[in-house]
Design a binder for this molecule. Structure first.
Ligand SMILES: C[S@@+](CC[C@H](N)C(=O)[O-])C[C@H]1O[C@@H](n2cnc3c(N)ncnc32)[C@H](O)[C@@H]1O
Length: 272
């Protein structure tokens, strides 16, 4: 993982608890939506997770793997909306610890287990998952083909690999720093064709693709307006995970989307 990646933070769960209390929330009466300001660590928050959940094709009795699960926001949402059990893996021990604590607060500690592991080497049996999800992870990887190969190995035949990622479009240089990279030299972001090539090389066939960039631009616009109306960011926000550079990251990602230098894609692959 490169240096601009999500900061390792000790006691992240304590900071999140303090922020929730500062917003007048009781830890005993939380719903998933109360956590979305901090546990959806990707462009678009819950707004871009809602439209992708059904494409996993899972339900009660199934098990879904979330590669690079972070604090577990998408994993818990998938569990609630589909009934599937979800296992998440993430390289960050602090994030995983905090994520499991958050699951306990909202009553999802049995349905969602977050584990510390590399998405390129996941300690689970082949063909043990009904679906695999990956949200905003490929850009952190120097060898993303390994994640695609792991997704293929871990999926049951007929299962889907769902990716929600920013991808590179156009030719102009991007605005940096971004959450996944401080500068172009350290940026592993791929183009759609490159992701498709990795998926095909791993054995997948393409199922569907949709462009969620417009949704993401609206979400950024609404988020910045809210912050401006409130005179500053709310206590519970992605600054808790990404640190004080978060406003710069967010503005650069927004500008890259608006200038059509990146796009936000929902890609669905299928294991034959
Ligand atoms: C932008 S966050 C996305 C988190 C989560 N998917 C979400 O959408 O809320 C990227 C996550 O990928 C994780 N990550 C990066 N490289 C990884 C690797 N090689 N193995 C496992 N996790 C990794 C980071 O620790 C971070 O939690």
């Amino acid at each position: 993982m490169n240096e601009a990646a999500i900061r390792q933070q000790e006691n992240l769960q304590t900071q999140i608890a303090d922020a929730l209390r500062a917003e007048g929330k009781s830890l005993d009466a939380l719903v998933l939506e109360d956590l979305a300001g901090v546990d959806e660590v990707h462009i678009g928050g819950l707004e871009t997770i809602r439209p992708i959940v059904a494409s996993l094709g899972v339900g009660a009795g199934d098990v879904t793997l979330d590669l690079g699960s972070g604090l577990g926001g998408p994993a818990r949402f998938v569990a609630r909306e589909t009934g599937s059990r979800v296992v998440g893996v993430d390289l960050s021990a602090d994030t995983t610890l905090a994520g499991n604590q958050l699951s306990g607060w909202v009553g999802f500690d049995e349905k969602v287990q977050l584990e510390v592991a590399d998405v390129c080497q996941v300690p689970h049996e082949a063909e043990s998952f009904d679906a695999v999800l990956s949200v905003h992870v490929h850009m952190f990887l120097e060898a993303p083909e390994k994640m695609f190969r792991e997704a293929f190995r871990l999926l049951k035949p007929g299962g889907r690999f769902v990716v929600l990622d920013p991808i590179r479009i156009g030719d102009g240089s991007l605005h940096y720093p971004l959450p996944w990279s401080a500068d172009p030299a350290a940026d592993n972001i791929l183009r759609e064709t490159e992701l498709e090539t990795l998926a095909a090389a791993a054995g997948f066939r393409s199922h569907t693709r949709s462009d969620l960039s417009a949704l993401a631009i609206d979400w950024f616009g609404a988020t910045f307006s809210r912050i401006s109306e409130m005179g500053g960011p709310p206590p519970l926000g992605l600054h808790l995970v990404m640190g004080p550079d978060f406003p710069t990251f967010a503005l650069n990602a927004f500008q890259n989307l608006q200038e059509e230098k990146i796009a936000l894609l929902h890609l669905v692959f299928e294991k034959p």
